[in-house]
Design a protein around this ligand. Structure first.
Ligand SMILES: O=C(CO)COP(=O)(O)O
Length: 266
């Protein structure tokens, strides 16, 4: 059976000036040369470095092995939206993916599920693959409300014809050094795949589900050994070419050591 590549997405957040972004991209490229094609890297630099990163990748002819993404886009195609960037603008710079609904944007900019759904539509219209982030707070988890929060985020933020990636990023795990246990994550992935099936109203779900939150090379093996996981969304460790590519190597090792198949490994 032909499996889709595991996605290892690096979210640089608000990091990277011209020189450091250039160096990091070249270092990732250098270290990623040995990666087999069952792993796909996606680098999501800040807006200002997307064109540079795309240009470097194009010049090295990396094809589909390493792609570029944005960290957000506006819901409209164009217009009077001072300071905003549209999905078409990202695509025009060479981006192929866009992260939407990251908890840092939901919290700092008051982004709602309804708004994220409009951004998903705009991204798909522009030919980008949206990476929609969902996740519960520690408080919601302690109150036993995680499942209902995730259900309502999926319901509110995905279009019924959604074609993209879902990233489960529990807010309490982001930047904290704490991750869910392997068992807990496996149960959550099972829950999410069921929710996706009912939201998208089809059994054959082609939406990879990623995990994000304090992913490091040390944890990557355990996380990526979960059969149903589509990959990982990496924050801090993606700013270090060695750590980022070690995470990708962990995905590749898992793929070669076990036969993978599943509804969300498309
Ligand atoms: O927010 C994240 C990726 O989008 C995760 O960040 P960290 O890997 O730094 O916890």
């Amino acid at each position: 059976m032909n499996e889709s590549p595991k996605l290892i997405i690096g979210n640089w957040k608000m990091n990277g000036l011209r020189a450091s972004a250039h160096q990091l991209t070249c270092d990732v490229l250098q270290r990623a040369r040995a990666l087999p094609n069952d792993v796909r890297l996606v680098i999501c630099p800040p807006f200002t470095q997307i064109e540079r990163t795309s240009r470097i990748l194009r010049a090295r002819n990396v094809g589909e092995t390493i792609l570029v993404g944005g960290q957000d886009c506006h819901m409209s195609h164009n217009g009077a939206h001072t300071g905003d960037i549209s999905a078409e603008m990202l695509a025009d710079l060479g981006a192929r993916y866009v992260i939407l609904g990251h908890s840092e944007r939901r919290q700092a900019h008051g982004e709602t599920d309804a708004l994220i759904r409009l951004k998903v539509r705009a991204a798909m219209d522009a030919g980008l693959r949206p990476v929609v982030c969902i996740g519960e707070t520690m408080h919601e988890r302690q109150e036993g409300r995680a499942a209902s929060v995730l259900a309502s985020q999926i319901d509110g933020s995905l279009t019924s014809d959604f074609e993209g990636v879902l990233a489960y990023e529990p807010i309490w795990a982001i930047g904290s050094g704490v991750t869910p246990s392997r068992d807990e994550l496996e149960r959550t992935l099972y829950l999410l795949s069921g929710l996706l099936r009912s939201r998208l109203k089809k059994d054959d779900i082609r939406v990879p589900i990623l995990y994000g939150g304090s992913v490091t090379p040390d944890q990557a093996h355990a996380i990526l050994s979960i059969r149903s996981i589509g990959g990982v969304l990496v924050g801090n460790a993606s700013l270090d070419a060695l750590r980022f590519t070690q995470i990708a190597e962990a995905a590749s090792l898992q793929l070669s050591s076990q036969p993978l198949s599943g509804p969300y490994n498309s």
